[in-house]
Design a protein around this ligand. Structure first.
Ligand SMILES: Cc1ncc(COP(=O)(O)O)c(C=O)c1O
Length: 393
């Protein structure tokens, strides 16, 4: 569930969940049982022949995704899901260009790298001219030097300056930028985004690869803003560690794709079974609710710690995707300190992550099955490590 063990048998409390994947816990017995049973029955066949599992999963996603979203394409990773969603947006709008945010990460295929704004995740040497990157709703380091709400969402307004040209197929965005540092847009951000996009006929693609399946305290993070995207992409937590990606849209957009399309292993019986069993656990154990309860508790404790340690510049996130941006004086990123803290956590049997443009954001995305005691232990351990940082700057 929330523990991992190394080759010496040492136990680790996993507060990173394999980068926001293991929402239902490691080796969750219910999921393991279902997958093993499926392995003994049917592992794979071409998607030319529908299997019950892929149909059941498509139905399930239609049920749990917001609004009119109900048609899904299955593949094997988040990168492929975003790539496919971008292709679909171009087919539907007959437009070539995209808008994305500078702090966003959308994958490691060549085109999703172009959609990605974070420089360290871009190894493409010939970028396309099809993507414009705008600043994210990163209030702690506002690109315009403004403060919310007086800013009147200047960052969302920036979108209008790009899409008014009328040649943008879609704006692709993570509802909370994971790798960018758990950047959490303020109230009203996506509502303004939706209004602007509707005005210019540009689609909204929300990348829920990191934020989906209960992680943020709702089934999908975009639900916090009550906004329905045109296309939603998913992977990671969808099948609790079994490779699976998907994108889901409504009838009108789905039917505009009329050319051949396939993914050999996408949605095969094993992955689809793993996803169905995972979603079943998430619903039955009310893990989104649990993520909210535990996340609120965790955040409160980290904010209390912030009062004792000036290294914590900001605590942010929703549910159990939480981060502490670590800084020196004048908000200078505490990059080496973040590395030290993660190593020291590991020595003390806790796994945490590192995100942010300057890799100075301590990140927690544990399985949603952790307990309050686990949170207390992590916060107490962090307190001790931060004292070490303070005493050895
Ligand atoms: C938000 C987001 N989108 C897309 C991806 C790419 O997913 P994958 O690694 O499954 O291709 C990632 C993972 O790194 C991600 O965090």
């Amino acid at each position: 569930m929330q523990y991992l063990y190394d080759h010496t048998g040492k136990q680790y409390l996993d507060f990173y969940g394999g980068v926001s994947v293991m929402n239902a816990g490691h080796c969750n017995e219910e999921i393991v049982e279902k997958v093993c049973e499926q392995m003994r029955t049917l592992q794979h066949t071409t998607t030319i022949y529908l299997t019950q599992q892929i149909v059941d999963l498509a139905k399930k996603l239609a049920h749990i995704t917001p609004g009119h979203l109900k048609r899904s394409f299955f593949c094997a990773s988040g990168s492929e899901a975003n790539d496919g969603a971008a292709l679909l947006a171009q087919h539907h709008t007959k437009r070539q260009k995209f808008v994305a945010v500078r702090q966003g990460l959308h994958g490691r295929t060549r085109f999703t790298m172009n959609l990605t704004g974070i420089p360290m995740w871009r190894t493409d040497i010939y970028p396309t001219n099809d993507v414009t990157h705008i600043p994210a709703a990163y209030c702690y380091r506002c690109a315009y030097g403004l403060s919310f709400p007086a800013c009147d969402l200047r960052c969302a307004q920036q979108l209008e300056d790009v899409v008014k040209s009328g040649d943008c197929a879609a704006f692709i965005v993570e509802p909370i930028q994971g790798n960018g540092g758990i950047i959490t847009p303020p109230h009203g951000y996506f509502n303004r985004v939706r209004e602007i996009l509707d005005k210019y006929g540009t689609l909204l693609i929300t990348d829920e690869v990191q934020t989906g399946f209960g992680r943020t305290g709702r089934m999908f993070a975009i639900d916090h803003w009550d906004v329905v995207p045109d296309i939603m992409t998913m992977a990671k937590g969808i099948a609790n560690g079994t490779p699976l990606g998907a994108f889901t849209t409504g009838d009108a957009i789905a039917s505009s794709y009329t050319r051949p399309g396939a993914s050999t292993t996408g949605g095969n019986p094993i992955s689809a079974t793993a996803a169905l069993a995972t979603i079943n656990v998430i619903e039955k154990q009310q893990l989104p609710w649990q993520a909210k309860e535990l996340g609120d508790y965790f955040k409160e404790k980290l904010v209390a710690l912030q009062a004792r340690h000036s290294t914590i510049g900001e605590v942010r996130g929703k549910g159990l995707t939480i981060s502490a941006e670590l800084v020196k004086e004048n908000k200078i990123p505490a990059t080496e300190e973040t590395d030290f803290i993660i190593e020291e956590f590991k020595n003390r049997g806790v796994l945490a992550g590192k995100t942010g443009m300057s890799r100075n954001v301590l990140t927690f995305q544990p399985p949603l099955v952790i307990t309050r005691n686990d949170i207390d232990h992590v916060v107490e351990t962090l307190d001790k490590i931060l004292f070490m940082v303070k005493n050895n700057p």
